[in-house]
Design a protein around this ligand. Sequence first.
Ligand code: CTP
Ligand code: CA
Length: 226
Amino acid sequence: LAASFGKPVLRGLKVVVSAGPTYEDIDPVRFIGNRSSGRMGFAVAEAAAQAGAEVTLVAGPVSLATPQGVGRRVDVRSAAQMRDAVVDATAGADIYIAAAAVGDYRPAQVADHKLKKHDGAALELSLAENPDILATLAAQTVRPFLVGFAAETHDVERYARDKLKRKGLDMIAANQVGGGLGFEAADNALTLYGPEGAIELPRASKTELAHQLVARIAERYQAVRG
Ligand code: CTP
Ligand code: CA
């Protein structure tokens, strides 16, 4: 780890990082969100900047300051807004790291007035699937090196390998959620899967893990694109 700190392994490269949750509005006062704090993604953006990259951070609704060295930050709210911002920011970029917890569904209709209760009757929300941002990028003929995340509660390796293949990614960082790790936690532990096999990054702070992840991404990027 110490060996990767401060080394400009991404110098001259344009890196886009997405981070945080998305919020999908139900009406003017309510939304569907998730428990992502954005800390892992922000740590990755900071580590990439420290490695010499020109970093654009696309952030969902989080309460975090922009890390030192990050050149541009674009704040978004919904998955559709995040997709548009990421497609825009990745034009001409070398690497996209998808650390955001993108909401899979949004309310099929957004009410323009606050929904009211109706005498104890159940409320049914109809949900529509959101666009898959990584799959959108993977389908482009000219595409950045793509790194996904997979946060899973069970069968981590199977789901992660499936996402690597299905989404056409270059690398995926998988983590088990729960037990003091992952969402809303200070620590994390990752396993990286790529065509070259698996690499374990054992439990550590998100800052430390972000540096290790960036070092591995830089190695792999140089091997296939450098
Ligand atoms: N992702 C994305 N666009 C989406 C959903 C997810 O780009 N609409 C990205 C995430 O940023 C992450 C990766 O895909 O890097 C995996 O996200 P995940 O939620 O684990 O995968 P899904 O394909 O949504 O599958 P599921 O939630 O059903 O496990
Ligand atoms: Ca999902």
